[in-house]
Design a protein around this ligand. Structure first.
Ligand SMILES: Nc1ncnc2c1ncn2[C@@H]1O[C@H](COP(=O)(O)OP(=O)(O)OP(=O)(O)O)[C@@H](O)[C@H]1O
Ligand SMILES: [Mg+2]
Length: 257
């Protein structure tokens, strides 16, 4: 897998400002009075117990769900093709090859065919799948399918990358590898990343800032900046500073479960 060679891109990310956000489904209040500023280029993890509203919050940011009241402001505003969303399931089209799946967002944007293929190949190389472009999803492991999903998200050069528990179904070693690669890609590209996870370890390993949502009430329990090095390697997982961050996140999560 690639090693970081270049410095971080400046201004590569979108800023997200959530103000007094509220979303209800009938009588159920899922998000309530939630105000949060996410800086351009930040890596934010959103944690919280099952059913607390993490996916709803991510969908609100992606405008897949409308707020009941309050506002979602993304800057720069014209982000139609600059936001990418990665779901827990890879959601690949089984009748298309790896390359054809990866090229899809560019096809939808009407990008020139030759240019699209070149960009899709570059995105596949970035996730270590250059050799697999002619295979079909059924011929891939779960980790490979998720890497295709990541490549498909990266192919449009998004300024805002939203991920909803993307690695939750994978074995731990594959997950650790993808965590490292995602963090590298973030460092290389300077995009804003918002990563939803159940896993305290994954949040602490990946992010620079972690927000823990309350189990009920739709608000924020904790908003913490993580005091950890910029480049993350597996050794970090056994370090005292990692332990300290885990402890703080665990305490907030425990109060909410
Ligand atoms: N479209 C919808 N219609 C009705 N209720 C919904 C809808 N979407 C979400 N909900 C409800 O909102 C609450 C929060 O759901 P959400 O999927 O955001 O939680 P989550 O934190 O992502 O949970 P998990 O960790 O299990 O994925 C749940 O009670 C869910 O049933
Ligand atoms: Mg969810």
């Amino acid at each position: 897998m690639a090693v970081i060679t270049a410095g971080r891109l400046e201004n590569g990310g979108a800023a997200v400002r959530l103000h007094n956000l509220r979303r209800t489904f009938d009588d159920l209040v899922v998000i309530n009075r939630l105000t949060l500023d996410i800086r351009a280029g930040e890596f934010l993890a959103i944690l919280g117990p099952s059913g607390c509203g993490k996916s709803t919050l991510l969908r609100l940011i992606a405008r897949l769900v409308e707020p009941t009241t309050g506002t979602v402001e993304v800057t720069p505003a014209d982000l139609k093709f600059h936001t990418a969303y990665v779901f827990q399931d890879a959601h690949l089209l089984p009748w298309r090859t790896v390359l054809e799946n990866t090229v899809l967002p560019l096809e939808l944007m009407g990008t020139d065919t030759a240019e699209s293929a070149a960009r899709a190949r570059a995105a596949l190389a970035e996730v270590g799948l250059a050799e697999a472009e002619v295979r079909y999803p059924a011929q891939l492991s779960g980790g490979m399918r998720m890497r295709v999903s990541l490549a498909r998200a990266l192919v449009t050069q998004p300024k805002l990358l939203l991920l909803d528990e993307p690695f939750a179904a994978l074995d731990e070693i594959t997950r650790f590898r993808l965590d490292i690669r995602l963090r590298e890609l973030w460092l290389e590209r300077g995009m804003t990343v918002i990563f939803v996870t159940h896993s305290i370890t994954e949040a602490a390993f990946l992010a620079d800032r972690a927000v823990v949502l309350t189990r009920k009430g739709g608000g924020i329990k904790m908003d913490r900046r993580l005091a950890l090095p910029e480049i993350r390697r597996n050794e970090l997982r056994a370090s005292p500073e990692f332990g300290r961050e885990m402890e703080a996140l665990l305490a907030a999560m425990e109060e909410e479960s």
